[in-house]
Design a protein around this ligand. Sequence first.
Ligand SMILES: [Zn+2]
Length: 506
Amino acid sequence: MSYAKVLCVGLVGVAGHVVEVEADLAPGLPALFISGLPDTALHEARDRVRAAVVNSGQRWPNRRITLNLLPATMPKFGSAFDLAIAVALLGGSGELPLLALDRVVVLGELGLDGTVRPVRGVLPMVAAAARAGLERVIVPADNAAEAAVVPGIRVRAVDTLHRLVEFVRDGTPLIEPPAPVPSDGPDGPDLADVAGQALGRRALEVAAAGGHHLALFGPPGAGKTMLAERLPSILPELDDEAALEVTALHSIAGLLPAGGQLLRRPPFQAPHHTATVASLVGGGSGLARPGAVSLAHRGVLFLDEAPEFGRGSLEALRQPLEHGRVLLARSRGGTEYPARTQLVLAANPCPCAKPAGDIYCECSPLARRRYLGRLSGPLLDRIDVQVTLPPLRAAELMEATMAEEPSAAVATRVAAARRAGAERWAGTGCRVNAEVPGPRLRRPPWRLPERDTRELRGRLDSGSLSARGFDRIIRMAWTVADLDGRDRPHSDDVREAIQLRTGDAA
Ligand SMILES: [Zn+2]
C-alpha cells in the first residue's frame, strides 16, 4: 500500500470545508511535495511533520512523497493540517493501517518533538465536520473543551502524535474532552451602578431597542464609558445561530475562554485609539485574525476618545460598518468575516479634556470644532443617536443613594420593543429600526401624518437638518414608540427623537 487518505477541515472566513489529505509514496529520490493551494505555514509543515514523526519513534519513509490537499481550488491557511498529514504519510508508507481513521476528521499542529499543539478556529472546523455528516473528530487536547461545544459529533483529543499512532495501531483510548462549563462566566457591569444621567440612560435604551449606533459627547467624568460598557447588558442574548457565529469568530482569533462554551452574551470590544488598522479590521499571516470590528459582531464596538483614533483607522472602519462584513485582501483570494456590530463612540468636547467651562481649558472654539470635526465624514454620518451628557452634579450623586434601575428591567423593555420592530419589518430583511431604509419610512403605509412631522419639516426647509438627518429622526421616533408600546409614533415621539439627535430640548 503506497496511498492513504485522512480527513481534515480548512477554513474560508468563518466557514469550514472538509479537506482530504492524500499521501502518495513512490519509489525514487527521497523528497516531499505538497500541492493544493497551501500557504507558507503549510509549506513549513513538511519540516514540522518530519521532525515530529522521527521524534515519535516512527520510521520516516525514504521515498518520493506527494501530498495533495483536496479540493485543490480552495486556499488553505495555517497549521491545523499537520496531524492529518503525518498520519496520512505513515498510512501511505504501510507503517500504519488507517482503518480506525475512516470518516474521522483529524485536526492539530505538530511540534518538532511530536506534541500536538492547539490551533485557532477549532470550533468552526468541528461544526463544519458535523454539518458534512461526519460523526467523529480528533482534536488537540487544549482545544477539546471548545470542540465539545458542537452538538452531534463525538470529540476525542490527543496530546502527542505517539498517542494517535497507538490509538490507530492498537485501539489505545484517546483523551475524553472535559465536561462543559454551563455558564457564560460572571455577569458584566450593570446599569444599577450608573448614578443619575437620565439622558444618557434613555439614549442607551433607545440605541439598544432600535439597533441604532450611538455617540456620547461630554466632559470627562460624565459617565460616557460607564454607559457604553453597559450596552451589552440590556441587549437580547444571542440565539443559537448568532452564538455559534460569534463563538466561531473568537475561536479563529484564539480568544475563547478556557472551559468551552458558546458565547451567549453580545460581545463588547473597546480597542484603544492607538490600535493598528489590522487589529481593528483584521489581518495577519496564515489564518487571518478577525479584528475588533468582527469580534464585536452581533455585539458592541466602543471607540472611547474617538477623535484620537487616526484618520486611517476611522476610514478603515467605514466599509465594515456599512456592509456588516470585512473583506481582508490575501495573496490568494480574500478572506471575509462578518462584522454586524453596533457602534458606540465617546468624545470629549475638546482636545485638552478638561471639564466644560474649566478655567484651565484654553482650547479655542476653532480647536474644539476641529477636534470633533475629525469624526464627521467617516463615522458621525451613520450614527443615529447623538447626545451631549452634562457634567454629573453633586445632587445627582446624592440622589443616587436611591436605587437606580438595573439592567434586567431595561432589557425587558428593550426586548419587547425589538419584538414589535421585528414583527413590523418581517419579510423586509430588516430586524431592527436602524436597518430600515429612509425612503420606506417616507412612503405609505409608514409615512407619518403632517401634524406629527411639522417641526421636523421646518428644520429641513430652514437647512438646519439634512435629508439624511430627517430619516434618522423618523427612524428613532419609531423606536421611541416601540419602547413606549405605541403602534405608531406621534408628535411627542418625534420630539424626543429630535432631542436624541441634536441635543436640543425642542
Ligand atoms: Zn480644552
